[in-house]
Write a protein that binds this ligand. Structure first.
Ligand code: GRF
Length: 214
């Protein structure tokens, strides 16, 4: 079944582009129904035709809740089956999350539950981790704490900087996100009672997917 995907993005949108490319190549049975941003100049917006773009500056709203409510109404109006946060850098309020819970995914650049929040690459280096990576997880009100569906790991190499590590992680983020969306399109994933489910079975540990280095 062709799934309708709404994307929330604040930045360059390389993950969004990976999804767009997978749709274009026929690898993913989906359509992008909107790209929503808190940054009107986000490069991610330019990756879709103008009618699919929505952006507002949070500063122009009376409150955080008012911005979130406008965003939620715009997202709902696009009638998405799934909503993906792809580099969306604003914390989503509880009302937003609850409205879309179970249909709201985030890609996070770490092997959760390690390194929640920002600066994950620096924190993996500081911790002396031998491996690092990315996770796709359901969003819950607590930041980066929802059930992870799948992860992909990369090695941490001698001499790595946060930037070199970020680049290595990004290479696996793209196929990881597409792989999870393929499962979503096939009706294979769901969230129930705080667990991600695959084919109806709870995933007590995230899937580990492997991608050949490019
Ligand atoms: C990615 O590393 C993603 O995991 C994180 O923000 C970055 C966004 O990159 N949440 P892009 O905008 O998709 O290129």
């Amino acid at each position: 079944m062709k799934i309708r995907i709404a994307a929330l993005a604040s930045g360059r949108g390389s993950n969004l582009q990976a999804v767009i490319d997978a749709i274009a190549s026929g690898a993913l049975d989906a359509e992008i129904v909107g790209v929503f941003s808190d940054k009107p100049d986000a490069a991610a917006l330019q990756r879709v035709p103008a009618p699919l773009r929505w952006s507002r500056k949070p500063k122009t709203f009376a409150s955080r809740e008012a911005f979130d409510a406008a965003l939620a109404d715009a997202v709902a109006a696009s009638r998405p089956d799934w909503i993906i946060c792809v580099g969306y850098m604003r914390i989503l309020g509880t009302a937003f999350v609850q409205r879309f819970q179970g249909r709201l995914l985030n890609i996070h650049p770490s092997l959760l539950p390690r390194h929640r929040g920002l600066h994950t690459h620096a924190s993996a280096l500081d911790a002396g981790d031998a491996e690092h990576g990315a996770s796709v997880h359901f969003v819950i009100p607590e930041l980066d704490a929802g059930a992870a569906i799948a992860q992909a790991a990369v090695p941490v190499l001698v001499g790595d900087t946060p930037d070199s590590l970020a680049a290595r992680v990004l290479e696996v983020e793209h196929p990881l996100l597409v792989a999870v969306l393929q499962m979503a399109a096939a009706g294979r994933i769901a969230e129930q009672a705080g667990h991600a489910r695959l084919d109806g079975q709870p995933l007590f540990t995230p899937l580990r997917l492997e991608f050949a280095p490019t």
